[in-house]
Design a protein around this ligand. Structure first.
Ligand SMILES: [Zn+2]
Length: 294
């Protein structure tokens, strides 16, 4: 009941959002600022430069655990509903990428379904449409300029950018632990063709958005650090050596108990294959929220 009501509120709010008129924003110089997380297409053979190193992940955990110790159990209770405002930033070139509002709405519904068991809900706060061919075709190279110009809200606001990420990259996100150092870069960027009904075969049901928001909420990939390690720091996701591709039922890459979590949103499986977060991931997201975004 509660879930349905929150989504209904979200839909009503979305209908009243006034989309900004397309605006042209001057292109800015590119930067070499690298994104922190990414999801890539199967077989793309893209080097995973966005996977945090074991050392970086360890440093992030140290900071996180230190903060969590000071929080009350009430603040990290994952069964309490959490409602998050979403600012859509639609970057296009005038002929491609101007994602219609109905498709943004479908994306929001997919996220709401994906996070529903975690009691996490997303409501639309704004839609901005920006015509900028350079940002559209190279959002990574233009990340600093694009986000500095467009980002809305504070640390609790989700900025959801859509643009053309090219032939291999589906999306990337910043972690909660990144916020303090560079608040303007906070948010997720996804390929506009990965939204529900998009053109990227096997990756066009909107789960790239769900995956990237998982990172934005503090989740690692299920294959973080590989077998026999601290992994994704979530106890109820079985260990996994490397990203799953497609939907390889029964895949089991680590000696530790449990088959690979190929149906988890934080793996690299096809959209049709991924449909769940675990209870442990829900708890981690809630602790991350309390530590960095509340
Ligand atoms: Zn990822």
């Amino acid at each position: 009941m509660k879930r349905a009501r929150v989504i209904a509120v979200a839909l009503a709010a979305f209908a009243s959002v006034t989309a900004h008129a397309p605006a042209t924003v001057a292109a800015a110089p590119t930067t070499d600022c690298a994104p922190q997380n990414a999801r890539v297409r199967a077989g793309a053979h893209v080097k995973e430069r966005n996977q945090p190193s074991a050392a970086k992940a360890a440093a992030m955990e140290k900071d996180f655990r230190g903060k969590v110790q000071t929080l009350s159990a009430n603040r990290t209770n994952w069964t309490k509903p959490l409602v998050i405002r979403v600012h859509f930033q639609v970057v296009h070139n005038g002929t491609e990428g101007n994602v219609p509002t109905r498709q943004l709405l479908k994306q929001l519904l997919v996220m709401n379904q994906g996070f529903a068991k975690q009691q996490i809900y997303f409501v639309p706060a704004s839609v901005k449409r920006v015509k900028n061919a350079a940002w559209f075709s190279d959002p990574e190279g233009n990340e600093q300029a694009m986000k500095t110009a467009l980002r809305k809200g504070g640390r609790a606001d989700l900025n959801f950018y859509t643009a053309d990420l090219g032939e291999s990259l589906l999306g990337w996100a910043t972690f909660p632990t990144d916020y303090a150092a560079d608040p303007k870069l906070d948010g997720v960027v996804v390929h506009y063709q990965s939204l529900p009904g998009g053109a990227i075969t096997n990756y066009n049901e909107g789960d790239t958005g769900t995956h990237e928001v998982g990172h934005w909420m503090g989740l690692y990939h299920t294959f973080q650090d590989g077998c026999g390690t601290a992994g994704d720091r979530v106890a109820d996701t079985p260990e996994e050596e490397s990203p799953a591709q497609g939907c390889p039922t029964g895949r089991d890459t680590c000696p530790a108990p449990g088959a690979d979590p190929i149906h988890n949103f934080m793996d690299y499986s096809y959209d049709a294959c991924m449909y769940e977060f675990t209870k442990g991931q829900g708890q981690r997201m809630r602790e991350m929220w309390a530590a960095y975004r509340a």
